[in-house]
Design a binder for this molecule. Structure first.
Ligand code: 6GU
Length: 225
């Protein structure tokens, strides 16, 4: 899978993908991340990509031409499967969205800044608008990093048994159960005895009960979705 990201701050997006599972996804050839500096398509020598908004009001808007020219250039040879604009007024991103994006071949993520991007780019090019939650970030870059991480780890071949996504929170509309490692007793707190029985059926039952209880308590909204 190829994920391309269009941003005025590509520097913000280097380190998140240089470690751990994202690093391995790339070195194993499952994932290619291409960062593009939007200012390479600026309207003038000063690197201008934004302007005042019509109708007045505080905050600049990223203009049509730099974005349209960038997107046209990037898909001259082959169209993107999805062009995603990350924005707080988008659809709230969830595990289902991550699963379905992980099956695409090549996507583009556009990061907004300031007051956002000219609506006509959203009308003409964007196929999905995604928010990562009900709060406002300074720009779309960190949201893009989160989406790439959530999607990248689901690409077939990226995870192994050790890191399997099957037992993740949300994968089956349940939060994950508690986990324990050594020692058996830590500051008077004991590992639940069932986990020490070596009986896989009992362990599985306990985990399922715990996952359901935790989800009922913390996230009743995701149950039976
Ligand atoms: Cl995608 N962008 C920004 N700037 N803020 C957000 C967001 C995105 N999702 C939640 N808050």
């Amino acid at each position: 899978m190829i994920i391309e990201i269009l941003t005025v701050l590509p520097e913000l997006l280097t380190s998140p993908f240089e470690h751990s599972i994202m690093k391995r996804a790339q070195s194993k050839g499952h994932l290619t991340i291409k960062l593009h500096q939007l200012r390479d398509w600026a309207i003038n020598k000063h690197g201008q990509v934004d302007d005042y908004q019509y109708g007045g009001g505080a905050g600049m808007v990223i203009m049509c031409e730099p974005l349209a020219n960038a997107i046209d250039d990037l898909q001259k040879e082959e169209k993107f499967d999805e062009i995603i604009f990350v924005t707080p007024d988008g659809k709230r991103f969830d595990q289902k969205d991550a699963n379905s994006l992980s099956l695409k071949n090549r996507i583009l993520i556009i990061c907004g800044h300031y007051k956002g991007i000219d609506q006509r780019i959203r009308d003409l090019y964007v196929t999905q608008e995604i928010s990562i939650g009900d709060y406002v970030l300074s720009g779309g870059e960190l949201a893009a990093a989160i989406i790439v991480d959530a999607v990248g780890r689901l690409i077939p071949g990226v995870l192994n048994d050790e890191t399997s996504a099957l037992t993740d929170s949300f994968q089956d509309n349940l939060l994950a159960p508690p986990v324990y490692s050594r020692p058996v007793i830590f500051r008077d707190l004991e590992v639940p005895p069932v986990l020490l029985t070596g009986d896989p059926k009992k362990v599985e039952e306990w985990r399922s009960t715990q996952a359901i209880a935790r989800t009922k308590e913390r996230r009743p909204d995701i149950m039976g979705e």
